[in-house]
Write a protein that binds this ligand. Sequence first.
Ligand code: RFL
Ligand code: PHB
Length: 387
Amino acid sequence: MHTTVAIVGAGPAGLLLARLLHARGVDCVVLESRDRGHVERRQRAGMLEQGTVDALRDCGAGARMDREGLVHDGIELRFDGRSHRVDFPALTGGRRVMIYAQTELVKDLIALQLDSGPPLLFEAPVTGVTGVDGGRPTVHYQRNGEPATLTCDYVVGCDGYHGVTRTALPAGARHTFERGHPYSWFAILADVAPSCDELVYAHSPRGFALHSMRSPRVSRLYFQVPNGTDPAAWSDAEIWAELAARLETIGDWRLRTGPITARAVLPMRSSVTEPMRHGRLFLAGDAAHIVPPTGAKGLNLAVADVVELAGAFDRLFADGSPESLDAYSDTRLRAVWRAEHFSALMTSTLHLAPDQDPFTTRLQLAQLHRLADSPHAAAELAANYAG
Ligand code: RFL
Ligand code: PHB
């Protein structure tokens, strides 16, 4: 088999890139290691920036998102007995965000792809990529347990943090910058109407909590826990009590509770691999960078990478200009590091480290009061969050 662009991984980055290339008449093939059901059920992100929403609409994948997604105009910060709303449209000249689950976005993109898109092969794990320094790279993968190959002009690694394409960058040409965090997120999905209209980010003496949602009937909540926490060790009642203790810190606001349908403990990681290109191999999304979820940037960065890449391929194939493709890594790394900076700031402002001293807690509260009292500081947060 031969194609122009081989895409490794059918997460949001790989699926959207395939759509964008297909719309521009560029031939591609997507290889995904897992089966369709697994990819469609993986619970992950939920907050889409305006730019992500626009990209999905532009490629014809926005119809269900526009019907079922929840448009939000702000977030609430809760700290020190105080509540402060950050109003995105007012602070950013009209930008808004959309709550629409990554699972649903992935289902929409897969349906489009199988209906009218270029080939998408499930259960086709890629084992390696060779020849990216030469003119014709080869992607090695497994099909029904047998080795198979796909030759191509370019390879795009959209295979996430645990993928294999990153290792095709020679060790001497690749640098990965990484930081761990001393806490994880306990994540739950619950069949209960959200207790708030917009997302609530809470700094509390017991640690961070976030109230998000998936629909008018399904809530998504997170709270920080020590690394290594076993999600099965908490009863449903204990989970709700902990969330209530962290979120019910203002007035008579009460947390609604209901049946918990999914739970997981997610370790947090910050990681950037440079460069995002080597020869004919490009990296996009989590394959190149991971951010802690506090700033809700992971999925949005993955989408922005492939929008940039699709435009750059278009300029190469349509009028022979390689400049945008050559600039891809530098262009995206600047945006990636800005997002790492924002995510690190949100994370360190809202979470309590295991051995945190009271001075640091006072500094966090000073930062949060400043966000609430200074329109300038709030505008900076809004611009970063809404994208
Ligand atoms: P994905 O979604 O990880 O997709 C990568 C795809 O590549 C496949 N793959 C391979 N395919 C073929 N051959 C191989 N050798 C392969 N190895 C892997 C995988 O099966 C998969 O289908 O990366 P992508 O497309 O870059 O999308 C990025 C987003 O998924 C990610 O940034 C966000 O979901 C991050 N993230 C969150 N971000 C938020 O903004 N808010 C969240 O609440 C949030 N929760 C999460 C998350 C990421 C998580 N991971 C990666 C563990 C929760 C989790 C659990
Ligand atoms: C989510 O809805 O899953 C979500 C929202 C905002 C975040 C992280 C996760 O910062």
